[in-house]
Design a binder for this molecule. Structure first.
Ligand SMILES: *Cc1c(COP(=O)(O)O)cnc(C)c1O
Length: 550
């Protein structure tokens, strides 16, 4: 029974019970139990403190019972802290970990006044199972196993985890932040037979949701219940719970495969460079690289606008940099800069697409009425887009652009909607036109023209030419004054402003019965036309010299 490892005061705890915890079923429509405001703001109600829906969904995804799931609202860092608070008596108990490993374990130990004992790694950073078991004493409560390990990248084989769990009378905490990139399966199924194992995972890495700060712990149901008692009552806010639910429908496998393919390519390319002494084997989404002069290379890369993690002052990591695998073009920028530092030409795997430069833009437009931030990556992942202008219908329309245009687009607009939607919509158009124009740069090799055929039950036709001449034609009749929360007259202004800022020739005509569908058709058709016009023709684009040099 793993409860024997829990501190007595935690075991005896009678947890804070929220208003919503005490309510058990019934058909309630008047909620006057939690001292909330009755006025709708979108956020006036407390979120579910028990994360029931999310645990259910995560349980399905991972093939485990929801009663074994804990969800943390400050990433898995919250679970790390809770492990100290639940199992370790301050000033008395100790924990063990291999060095080097994730820095939060030792910081959280210090915060909780728990002694943190480090064990040196085996050859090539192998996990030192025997040495760790030898270092256990009567006050050792937790053994940390980071697999794959940060910053070394090496995963710990499941046999080693089992040996620890079977030979250590305490908690084996397995941090699987990078498990999606590992060749080994997760330790999750081991919990049933070895209830002293706790597995940590996160949405911050393979799922691409670091900004949301959500992590998970999986444990024996008795332990998971203790986690729920000790956490802050509302540790996960409502919008985050909803967003994670939405994001869990994504399939991340293609992105994970891309990272793994790039990891192999980047490792091989780095390995060939004279100033690179060693590229360590990695089961994660980063590479640990030993170089002749870590500080020198680090500074040089900063000067080239490329930031990596300098680990040279970490024990056992002298001379080493940790480099995260980015997109293909980001990796190429890094490789090119490292090659430049080594005074070496770098031969690449030889596809023409290697020579394609990134097409990104960040635009901030602030006026007295609005504050707009746009991040655009014409070659980015559309599903990662975030659009929030405060106008629901307009957001819905704008989100058609990345979705049908095949690019990544974030638009955040804080405007004075109380006064008028006019400014927000027009300023977004101007900032968006600027962003597309900036991202296109010299426009070398793009198709330039785009057109689409009629679509949907309304007919929308959009012609675009990105040649640089500004022209705008609008042949659309909208017979309602408002659609959703936006005035229809603003849509011609929107597209006109977009055409001017983008310096494009844009002709739009549309007919149909329903204003909503006409406007939506125009946005979709514009996105499709843009998609064609911004597409790069790799043959057209290839530089005159095609020596295979990046
Ligand atoms: C990034 C990372 C985490 C994660 O963090 P979050 O707090 O969930 O963002 C946990 N463990 C390791 C080893 C990591 O590298």
């Amino acid at each position: 029974m793993p409860l024997k490892y829990v501190r007595p005061n935690i075991l005896a705890l009678s947890p804070y019970s929220t208003a919503r915890d005490e309510f058990k079923g019934g058909d309630i429509s008047v909620f006057i139990d939690a001292n909330e405001s009755p006025f709708h703001t979108g956020f006036n109600r407390y979120p579910d403190p028990r994360h029931r829906q999310l645990k259910q969904r995560i349980g399905e995804l991972k093939g485990v019972d929801p009663s074994t799931v804990f969800i943390g609202g400050a990433g898995s860092d919250e679970a790390i802290d809770l492990i100290y608070r639940i199992f370790c008596e301050p000033g008395i108990d100790n924990v063990l970990a291999m060095s080097p490993t994730y820095g939060v374990y030792s910081v959280a130990a210090a915060i909780n006044n728990v002694e943190y004992r480090e064990v040196a790694p085996g050859p090539d950073f192998a996990f030192p199972v025997d040495e760790i078991l030898k270092a256990v004493d009567s006050h050792t409560k937790v053994i940390w196993v980071c697999s794959p390990n940060n910053p070394t990248g090496l995963a710990v084989p499941p046999e080693d985890i089992l040996r620890l769990a079977e030979n250590f009378d305490g908690i084996v905490a397995v941090d699987e932040a990078y498990i999606d990139f590992s060749p080994y399966p997760s330790a999750l199924p081991l919990i049933a037979s070895h209830p002293n194992i706790i597995v940590l995972q996160t949405f911050s890495k393979a799922w691409g949701l670091a900004n949301l700060r959500v992590g998970m712990a999986f444990a024996d149901p008795h332990i998971a219940a203790i986690f729920a008692n000790v956490k802050y009552p509302y540790n996960l806010n409502g919008p985050t719970q909803r967003e994670i639910m939405r994001q869990l429908d994504r399939d991340i496998s293609a992105q994970v495969e891309m990272v793994k393919t790039e990891r192999a390519r980047v490792a091989e390319s780095l390995d060939r460079l004279p100033c690179v002494e060693r590229v360590y084997h990695s089961d994660a989404n980063f590479l640990l690289v030993k170089v002749a002069d870590a500080d020198g290379l680090y500074d040089f890369l900063v000067g080239r606008g490329v930031l990596v993690r300098n680990r040279t002052r970490v024990p056992h990591c002298s001379g080493m940099l940790r480099i995260t695998i980015g997109t293909r073009s980001e990796n190429d920028r890094m490789l090119k800069a490292v090659a430049e530092y080594c005074n070496a030409d770098i031969a690449t795997s030889g596809t023409d697409s290697l020579t394609l430069s990134p097409r990104r833009a960040e635009v901030r437009r602030r006026t007295s009425e609005t504050d707009i931030e746009i991040v655009l990556d014409l070659d980015g992942d559309p599903s990662a887009s975030v659009i929030d202008t405060g106008l629901k219908f307009f957001d819905h329309m704008l989100s058609q652009l990345p979705h049908h245009g095949g690019f990544a687009l974030d638009i955040i607009c804080r405007g004075d909607l109380q006064v008028d939607e006019h400014h927000s919509m027009e300023d977004v158009a101007i900032a968006l036109g600027d962003a597309i124009r900036t991202a296109l740069g010299d426009k070398r090799g793009i198709e330039r023209y785009g057109f689409v055929l009629p679509m949907d039950e309304s007919r929308a036709m959009v012609l675009i030419d990105l040649g640089g001449r500004i022209d705008f034609k609008w042949d659309v009749t909208l017979n309602r004054e408002y659609v959703g929360d936006t005035p229809t007259e603003m849509y011609s202004h929107f597209f006109q402003s977009l055409a001017s800022a983008l310096r494009a020739n844009l002709h739009i005509s549309a007919t149909g019965e329903n204003c909503h569908h006409i406007i939506e058709g125009i946005f979709k058709a514009t996105a499709r036309a843009l998609k064609m016009a911004i597409r790069r023709d790799p043959f057209h684009y290839t530089l005159p010299s095609s020596k295979g040099i990046i």
